[in-house]
Each structure stands twice: as C-alpha cells, then as structure tokens.
Design a protein around this ligand. Structure first.
Ligand code: 4NP
Length: 167
C-alpha cells in the first residue's frame, strides 16, 4: 500500500498569465522549503487561467525583482490551468478573486472546492486578500508583489509544516 505519510504534498499556485505572480509564488515557496531542507516532501508548480503566455519564461521584470531579493525563478515555463490539476494537486492557491472564480467555474459540482483557496488567506496582513496584478502597472508594483508573496509564503510554509508534521 502507498505510504501516504511520505507522499509528496502537491502545491499549485495560479494567476492569470502564469508569467508574474504565480511563478514568483512558486519560486519563493520552493526557496522557503529548500531552506528548511524539505524540498523532497513537496511537488510545486504554477499555472495561469489564461493561455496567452503558455510556453514563455516568467516576465523579465518579475525575474529581475525576484533576483534582487535573492530568489531565482529558475527555468519555469508558463502553462494553462486545466481540469486535470484538480486531481494533480492537494492545494491550489489563487492569486486573486478572478483567478479563484475561473478555477471554481471549471468544477461546477464543487468536488474539488475544498482544495482551492485564495493565496492571501494565510497572509498575516491580508489587505483585500488579492495579489495585485503588476503586469500593466508602473513603478514598484513588482517589488510590492514580491513583499506580499514573500510574507504569505513564509506563513504558508510554517502552516503546512505543522499541518503535515514535517519537522
Ligand atoms: P500574471 O500577470 O497573471 O501575474 O502572470 C499577467 C500577465 C499577463 C497578462 C495579465 C496578467 N496579460 O494580459 O497578458
């Protein structure tokens, strides 16, 4: 029988384009888990509800902001969220309410709704519970997104470690 206690915990971050917010969340979460020596306990990915940027690397501005803050986004490639992800992941974190709505719309029976949440539900300073979309914005929008994602990921990692008794 499969040993569920050692099964990888499968985490998926979802935004609109999968080139800014969710790749950042994926990279920052992977960094947080790796620093704790827990990288072999997790499977981590990100996806977009839209397909426009499928196949692309994360946005250069997001990659540069992440690097300035000590996080490499690695060799991520954008892809579209699909129904198979409901079975493929244990926790699905939406970056904003539109993403949440679009994900839940693909599960009309609500079979998987228990897996799907707004990412910022665990943010200690949740604001409006959404990660703002920096794509068309000016100024330090990317740094603001980094700060939100970093703070939320630290709390998320701590909670998962307790929930799954990883330490
Ligand atoms: P993301 O940002 O959802 O954080 O990846 C966006 C990237 C691209 C577009 C919108 C948001 N776009 O419309 O192309």
């Amino acid at each position: 029988m499969e040993d569920r206690s050692r099964a990888r915990i499968r985490i998926l971050f979802v935004c609109l384009g999968n080139i800014c917010r969710s790749p950042l969340a994926e990279g920052v979460f992977r960094d947080a888990i790796t620093r704790r020596g827990l990288e072999d306990r997790f499977e981590i990915d990100s996806a977009g509800t839209g397909a426009w940027h499928a196949g692309e690397s994360p946005d250069r501005r997001m990659r540069e902001t992440a690097l300035r803050n000590g996080v490499s986004l690695g060799d991520q490639t954008a892809r579209q969220f699909g129904k198979a992800d409901f079975e493929g992941y244990d926790h699905i974190f939406a970056m904003d309410r539109d993403n949440l709505h679009d994900i839940l719309y693909m599960d009309p029976g609500g079979e998987y709704s228990h897996k799907v949440r707004l990412f910022r539900e665990v943010d200690p300073e949740p604001g409006d519970y959404q990660v703002p979309d920096p794509y068309y914005g000016m100024g330090d929008g990317f740094q603001q997104v980094f700060n939100i994602v970093k703070r939320t990921v630290e709390e998320l990692a701590s909670r998962l470690i307790v929930e799954y008794k990883l330490e």
